[in-house]
Design a binder for this molecule. Structure first.
Ligand SMILES: NC(=O)c1ccc[n+]([C@@H]2O[C@H](COP(=O)([O-])OP(=O)(O)OC[C@H]3O[C@@H](n4cnc5c(N)ncnc54)[C@H](O)[C@@H]3O)[C@@H](O)[C@H]2O)c1
Length: 337
């Protein structure tokens, strides 16, 4: 199956490496507005470089495009790709507004192409194990959850490119960094109903927020607290999710939500819990998420089924972030937009 990467910046390398790891996957072409950014893809992967997106999309043998451009450009590129009947893997966030997401989903549906969103954390062993624990009902009735992303992105990170930290093309810590953990939170806790959020731009010279604190009420009645920042000194401090149920408390944490930091389960034996923890600790990253998502897209095409992480999943995560933004703007609780 032939892939093409659109946008050859930071995250594109992960896509190219992942494609190379998968049997029967081939990086056929790349596209960037800056020609020299494509050089390594030509020399290392044998990809054909294009500065004109439409010229690339006209190549009939390209099956899937991986959209790795700034977030505010995802919608127009995805729409065009769908019109050329290319399946789409789009980086997170799927897009910046609900209107843009509507356009992407409508274009994918109309042209009968698959649409997958890159939320790679779902494929991490601890994250998958926590989902399994929740599905088994072991935790009993869920009371609440805690979702934390306290990371560091210095001013130099935002100054790398003009789109970073802007409301139109990037968003702040919620839309760019915390969206991974928020996607996990939604996966675990179900549909949110109402949010109340405050945000600030405290330490970075950017338009969007660099720190955010909020609460969510889910349709189940459970609550969650969210804290997210890129202002932590001197480096990433914590990415974690803790779930509190009547029969158990589980926290996946560390700097990247990779490890069980707490796992107290009433109905499970200590030896069973120790094995779970040891299994995770022996291989905390598991299969790289990008590889899992690309491999999953190939299977979805072959078997004509939905990808594991759909446009709808991408939409739910953005909807939650936009609801936080709306609540912060109005300084009052809001129903999910
Ligand atoms: N899944 C993850 O863990 C993860 C991590 C980092 C970034 N991302 C996402 O990936 C996307 C890109 O982020 P990045 O850090 O790689 O950005 P980047 O600025 O490093 O790279 C973006 C590239 O896109 C190119 N580009 C811009 N507009 C284009 C267009 N219309 N056509 C072709 N090329 C174009 C730019 O020249 C640049 O090389 C963002 O949506 C970001 O949120 C995801």
């Amino acid at each position: 199956m032939n892939f093409a990467i659109i946008g050859c910046g930071f995250i594109a390398k992960k896509h190219a490496n992942a494609i190379q790891q998968i049997n029967n996957a081939n990086l056929l072409a790349v596209c960037d507005r800056v020609p020299e950014l494509m050089d390594t893809y030509v020399s290392e992967y044998g990809a054909v470089p294009y500065t004109d997106l439409e010229e690339l999309l006209k190549v009939p043998s390209i099956d899937v495009v991986n959209i790795c451009t700034p977030s505010g450009t995802h919608a127009s590129i995805a729409e065009l790709a769908a019109a050329y009947k290319k399946h789409i893997i789009v980086e997170k966030p799927i897009a910046m507004t609900i209107d843009e997401i509507d356009r992407i989903q409508a274009a994918a549906n109309k042209n009968g192409v698959k649409l997958a969103v890159v939320h790679p954390n779902r494929f991490r062993p601890a994250a998958m194990k926590l989902k399994e624990i929740l599905n088994s009902g072991t935790l009993g009735k869920i009371s609440h959850a805690l979702c934390i992303v306290n990371w560091n992105r210095g001013q130099e990170y935002y100054d790398q490119a003009p789109w970073r930290g802007t409301k139109q093309h990037d968003g702040g810590v919620l839309m760019n960094q915390a969206i991974h953990n928020l996607d996990l939170l939604l996966w675990y806790m179900g549909k949110p109903q109402e949010v109340y959020s405050m945000e600030a731009t405290r330490l970075r010279n950017i338009e969007a927020e660099d720190v955010s604190a909020g609460v969510i009420r889910f349709e189940s009645g459970a609550l969650a607290t969210v804290q997210a920042s890129t202002t932590v000194y001197p480096k990433n401090y914590e990415e974690s999710i803790t779930i509190f149920g009547e029969n158990g408390t589980v926290k996946i944490g560390g700097r990247n939500a990779l490890y069980f930091e707490t796992i107290d389960l009433k109905e499970r034996k200590e030896v069973e819990i120790k094995k779970m923890v040891d299994d995770i600790n022996s291989n905390p990253w598991g299969t790289p998420g990008h590889e899992a998502i690309i491999d999953n897209m190939m299977k979805a095409i072959e078997k004509d089924q939905e990808p594991a992480i759909t446009g709808e999943d991408g939409r739910r995560a953005v909807q939650l972030v936009l609801s936080f933004y709306e609540s912060a703007k109005l300084n009052q609780p809001v129903k999910l937009i």
